[in-house]
Design a protein around this ligand. Structure first.
Ligand SMILES: Nc1ncnc2c1ncn2[C@@H]1O[C@H](COP(=O)(O)OP(=O)(O)OP(=O)(O)O)[C@@H](O)[C@H]1O
Length: 864
């Protein structure tokens, strides 16, 4: 409860802090934007803004603050989840969830209000943006108009230039220069405007930077607090606070990074636009410079032309003047000569008549006159030529002027076209930039709007859930309030009850244990009495299913030992379960070590009882495995003899024992397994008068120790007849009988002799199944006959007949001592678990049950 209380407190504190932060951000942003925003609202926008007392701020700031709130809400939920994990109680976890939702509810309410305000602000901002865009477009249009007017004025200037004289051209050049200076002034103005814009942008960036610094300060504060709380040891509240603060710091960092990202975006957008404007201005400047240069060139050309025309005019004037002077001179001379004419005529007439000297003079004058007239003709011709030259030069200068003007015109028109293209291009680029900026801002607003709508939807869907959870929470809270008391008292009560029950139980257990011990002792006593009376025990071992046994695929297991009752086994026959009760059933997975049942029998053997252990069962069911075993897993034979030597060792102070061993094989005939000559033997009654059976010629070896007997067993095993059948690859085709005779001399009283027969019978088999033919068939028939005789003996013993047919077979004849009255016998019936062997398994188990019912009577010590 305390944990939840603390988390609630921290949550509310966090809320307060966040709202403070939000307000701070709003105030700051208001400083940036209110001056330009507040006076541009349309009436409809003002209507929208009615009822909200929050200052106007940019949607970006609103969005950031909103995001921050959402992050904090998420982290607070995470803290409560962590708290629930710590307290490790489902009820407290539910409580914490409810608390989270309550906290969220209050957050959502605040957020809803903020969302409304943000929407209004968004609208305002959109209107403002539209206006800004409109103004921008208008300013661009105005500037375009200005440029067009400049071009038209230039055109007019050029057209005037065409009509004007060189003097007027010079004047228009002056006009153009003044136009150029005016344009320069305009450019300067634009530049200053741009600088102003840059300054504004810089101040806005500064404001954002300040905001970021503040956020960083907040984070540092939180981190300090966090480290302070971390140093405080082991307080759960502090840990929670630490977790809360860590999460807050994370969210603050996130919002900081978001703000920085947006700041970068903001800083890049204006710089892009300013870059564009700068570029444009640069282009315009270079264009103006080009124009100026071309104007200057044209002015220079015009002045050159002027100078050239002036010079040619002057030359022409000079030439004309000279010619006029010369014509005048010649005219005067001509006039003078004409004026002299009557005197000469008279003289001539006089000369012709009167004097050869006069005639000579006359000829001279005439010649002179001819020369002069010739000179005059030349002069006239020269005058004509000069006139022609003047006319040509006039024509040339006129052509030159026209051509140059046409070239200028062409140049001007091409320049004008180029300028128009440039302007068109610039206009297009401007339009594109404006469109891109508009689409970008529209997209941005669309995104923001989508986000707001999404959040709004979420907010609208949450309140009903929150309401229901709130009611649940209230009821649970009241329950939880009383829960700790109730829980404590219930636990105390339960503890008391449990301790009482434990004491009661322990007392009852003591009684039960006592009773159980008594029961166990009684059971053991009765069992021993029963064994004493019955003296034949039947053990069953189920062979595990080996790979080589599965000749057919999909064979099912039909033999199942009862896991709860170690003397019962179930056979599934034709869909029905048949239960067999025996003295003990060993599971398929039973190991060789589990055959401790034989240990007391070995001790009985030393104590003077005749003991017989024999294995019976279908061929390949594991008889030899159980009796002999392998080198790694020795069977009953080795274990029994080891036990025998152990007991002898224990009793060596009071008893002196000698152990002899013989081994026979009943394979059609009786054969000695310990001699190599393979001589056939016969069973006879001992002529010593004890009435016991013996086999004359049988090799009997005295055994010194256990190691010695291991070698003897190996020899017997080697000499045994085995062949492969379909049922067993190493089928023992004979009954093997290991006969151990123990002669014990009581060092105090006298001596006694006992026998331990360990018998591995040949397997009962169905001839058709084992595939026996010829010699094997004969063997099988012999085996089956001797086993039949064993069955008859068992039947007779069970029926307590006076005549027991021991002599019907060599096997029963040899086992007469061990199966007869007063002996202790253990039969290990081996069965296969597979369905294919069900028939043999049933036969073996039926035989085992018959043996179970046999009573050999109380065992008798054979003491001499
Ligand atoms: N409990 C067991 N665990 C592992 N292998 C076993 C087990 N019982 C029998 N086998 C294996 O099954 C095979 C047949 O066993 P075994 O020769 O002992 O049968 P058998 O009853 O003596 O047959 P037969 O009567 O034909 O001589 C052997 O290879 C043996 O190792």
């Amino acid at each position: 409860q305390e944990a939840e209380h603390v988390s609630m407190e921290t949550g509310s504190k966090r809320c307060g802090h966040t709202s403070k932060l939000g307000k701070k951000a709003f105030a700051r942003l208001q400083l940036d934007s209110s001056s330009s925003d507040s006076d541009e609202l349309s009436p409809s926008d003002e209507d929208d803004a009615d009822g909200t007392d929050l200052p106007a701020c940019t949607p970006l700031a609103a969005f950031l603050s909103f995001k921050q709130e959402a992050e904090q809400r998420r982290t607070s939920q995470h803290h409560l989840e962590t708290a629930a994990k710590i307290t490790d109680s489902p009820l407290v976890a539910v409580m914490s969830h409810l608390l989270t939702f309550l906290e969220q509810y209050s957050h959502f309410q605040q957020l809803q209000q903020q969302a409304d305000q943000y929407r209004v602000q968004l609208k305002r901002h959109r209107v403002q943006h539209r206006r800004q865009m409109k103004a921008l477009r208008a300013s661009y249009r105005q500037r375009l108009k200005d440029k067009k007017s400049i071009i038209t004025s230039l055109e007019e200037a050029f057209s005037q230039q065409q009509t004007q004289s060189p003097q007027s051209e010079v004047e228009s050049l002056y006009g153009l220069q003044s136009e150029r200076s005016r344009l320069r002034g305009e450019l300067r103005l634009l530049h200053s405007q741009l600088e102003q814009k840059d300054k504004d942008r810089y101040s806005r960036i500064q404001a954002f930077q300040q905001q970021i610094d503040e956020l960083k300060g907040c984070i540092e504060e939180r981190e300090e607090e966090l480290s302070r709380l971390r140093t405080a040891s082991g307080a759960t509240d502090s840990e929670k606070r630490v977790l809360c603060l860590t999460a807050e710091n994370e969210s603050l960092k996130q919002s900081l990074s978001v703000t920085q990202g947006l700041l970068q975006q903001l800083s890049t957008i204006p710089s892009q636009s300013s870059n564009m404007i700068m570029k444009e201005n640069e282009n315009l400047r270079s264009r103006v410079q080009q124009l100026e240069m071309s104007l200057q060139q044209r002015a220079e050309q015009l002045s050159n032309l002027e100078r050239h025309s002036e010079a040619s005019e002057w030359r022409r004037g000079e030439e004309l003047r000279k010619r006029e002077d010369r014509v005048r001179e010649l005219q005067l001379e001509l006039d003078r000569e004409r004026a002299k004419d009557p005197v000469v005529k008279y003289v001539t007439q006089t000369v012709e008549v009167e004097s050869p000297a006069t005639l000579k003079h006359l000829n001279k004058v005439r010649q002179k006159n001819e020369v002069l007239s010739e000179k005059l003709g030349h002069q006239n011709e020269r005058c004509k030529q000069l006139e022609e030259q003047i006319r040509k030069s006039d024509e040339y200068s006129c052509n030159l002027q026209h051509k140059q003007i046409a070239a200028y015109e062409r140049e001007i028109s091409s320049l004008r076209e180029q300028l128009l293209r440039e302007i068109g291009h610039l206009e297009e680029r401007k339009e594109e930039a404006v469109k891109a900026a508009a689409s970008c801002s529209a997209e941005h607003f669309q995104n923001l709007q989508d986000q707001f709508f999404g959040l709004q939807k979420r907010l609208t869907s949450l309140p009903p859930t929150l309401r229901s959870m709130k009611t649940d929470y209230a009821s649970l809270r009241s329950q939880v309030r009383n829960f700790s008391d109730f829980y404590g008292s219930a636990i105390n009560e339960a503890k008391k009850q449990i301790s009482a029950a434990i004491t009661e139980m322990s007392e009852a257990n003591k009684d039960l244990l006592e009773k159980y011990r008594k029961e166990v002792a009684l059971r053991r006593k009765y069992h021993e009495q029963l064994v004493e009376l019955k003296n034949i025990r039947v053990l069953c071992r189920v062979k595990p299913v080996l790979k080589e046994d599965q000749h057919e695929e999909g064979q099912s297991v039909v033999v199942t030992p009862d896991p709860n009752n170690e003397s019962s086994l179930t056979i599934l026959n034709k869909g029905k379960d048949r239960i067999f009760e025996l003295d003990k059933v060993f599971q398929p997975q039973a190991t060789q070590e589990e055959f401790q049942e034989i240990e007391p029998l070995v001790t009985s053997c030393i104590d003077g009882y005749h003991v017989c252990i024999f294995a019976y069962g279908q061929t390949g069911s594991g008889k030899t495995y159980t009796m002999e075993g392998s080198v790694e897993n020795p069977g009953i034979n080795k274990r029994a003899l080891k036990q025998l030597f152990n007991v002898i060792e224990d009793r060596k102070d009071m008893w002196s024992y000698s152990v002899t061993v013989s081994s026979v094989e009943i394979y059609n005939e009786v054969l000695d397994l310990l001699s190599k000559d393979g001589e056939k033997l016969d069973i006879k009654i001992n002529p010593d008068g004890t009435g016991q059976l013996h086999v004359p010629g049988l090799r009997v070896i005295e055994v010194r120790n256990f190691q010695h007997i291991k070698k003897i067993l190996a020899t017997a095993r080697r000499n045994r007849v085995t062949f492969g059948t379909q049922m067993n690859q190493h089928s023992s085709r004979s009954h093997a009988l290991l006969c151990v005779t123990v002669e014990g001399i009581d060092l105090a009283t006298g001596s006694k002799t006992t026998k331990l027969n360990l018998v591995d019978l040949a397997g009962s088999e169905r001839v058709w199944k084992s595939g026996a033919e010829g010699e094997r068939l004969k063997e099988a028939q012999n085996i089956n006959r001797s086993l039949l005789a064993l069955g008859d003996v068992i039947q007779a013993l069970r029926a307590r007949q006076t005549h027991i047919p021991f002599r019907n077979s060599r096997l029963t004849y040899l086992l007469q001592d061990s199966l007869g009255k007063g002996s202790k016998t253990v039969m290990v019936v081996q069965v296969s678990a597979l369905e294919s062997n069900l028939g043999e398994t049933l036969c073996s188990l039926k035989f085992a049950q018959r043996v179970c019912k046999v009573e050999l009577g109380p065992a008798a010590r054979k003491i001499e």
